[in-house]
Design a protein around this ligand. Sequence first.
Ligand SMILES: Nc1nc2c(ncn2[C@@H]2O[C@H](COP(=O)(O)OP(=O)(O)OP(=O)(O)O)[C@@H](O)[C@H]2O)c(=O)[nH]1
Ligand SMILES: [Mg+2]
Length: 311
Amino acid sequence: MYEASDRREPDAPGGKIDERTSENGTAVTTAALANVRCVLVAIGGGGVRIGRELARQRIRFFETVAINCDASVQGLEEFDHRICLAPGSLLDGGTAGSAQVAGTLARAARTTLERVYQNASFTVIVSSLGGGTGSGVFPFALELACTRSDFVSAFVVKPFACERERRAIAERVQAHLEFIGPYVDKHERGEAELRVLDNEAAQERNPRLPMSRLASHWAAEIREYIEQTYLIPLESTLRAMTARAVSSEPPLSAPPIVAPAVDPLWQPPVVPIEATPPMAPEAPLPAIAPAGGADVTFEVEGAAARPTPPN
Ligand SMILES: Nc1nc2c(ncn2[C@@H]2O[C@H](COP(=O)(O)OP(=O)(O)OP(=O)(O)O)[C@@H](O)[C@H]2O)c(=O)[nH]1
Ligand SMILES: [Mg+2]
């Protein structure tokens, strides 16, 4: 088994949450994010092609994982983790279309697969059915996800009607899911959901949709589901937590006034108080005489003063 992993830091949360307004708010948001692990797991050739479209979009909060029995999975650098289940001797042949071979390989890789779902709050699985890998690995992957993740949403691609045998295999796998205890229990509690991406139905709905666009068509549907089901509620919870933390912060106050150190031996300087000299007797005010010596009195009106001409 080959396991490649070049874990990248998940994207910064959406801009709205990133408006961190205070230290408390930042701490609460960071702590909440540390407790939320979201994983998108793509299984089988078709599942990985759809998952690749989503991995390219870098969905915020989500780690991405590609699982296949085909060695080419090793080169898919869009994914954070890449797991090839086939041992060296099978690397070129994959499962040869056998779900039984793929299921056996998946069970042999149990420890690695368990780590994929460990402590995940939200797990989204997208798997193709009808071929060997998806049909064999998906049921086991779903079982592990349901025992290790809080919420699980699974999407399975169902082959076209013209792929007769493959479509029949997909239907058998679907029927078998009702016997996977952890999934059934979780589904009954409303914590697990399965949606079928029916290639045939998609083409009936939109006959002009080219085959080459089908993977991105399903990716867009899954993306919308993730936004509505997980990201919008998660972000509004984080915003509420941040706002609560900010409002409980102590109000901003002026820096404390530090008393200067006082030398206990310090004494105020003694300034001699001198006796005030006696005031000199007031000299009589000189008479105001307008220029020219004319007998003129001043009439005061408000602030202005104007001369009153003599009679
Ligand atoms: N919509 C869509 N469906 C696909 C795509 N590739 C495969 N499928 C469907 O998925 C079915 C299973 O094919 P694969 O996913 O290639 O098979 P696998 O799970 O890789 O299994 P093996 O290769 O046999 O080990 C096919 O019969 C198709 O109906 C794709 O790119 N888009
Ligand atoms: Mg394949």
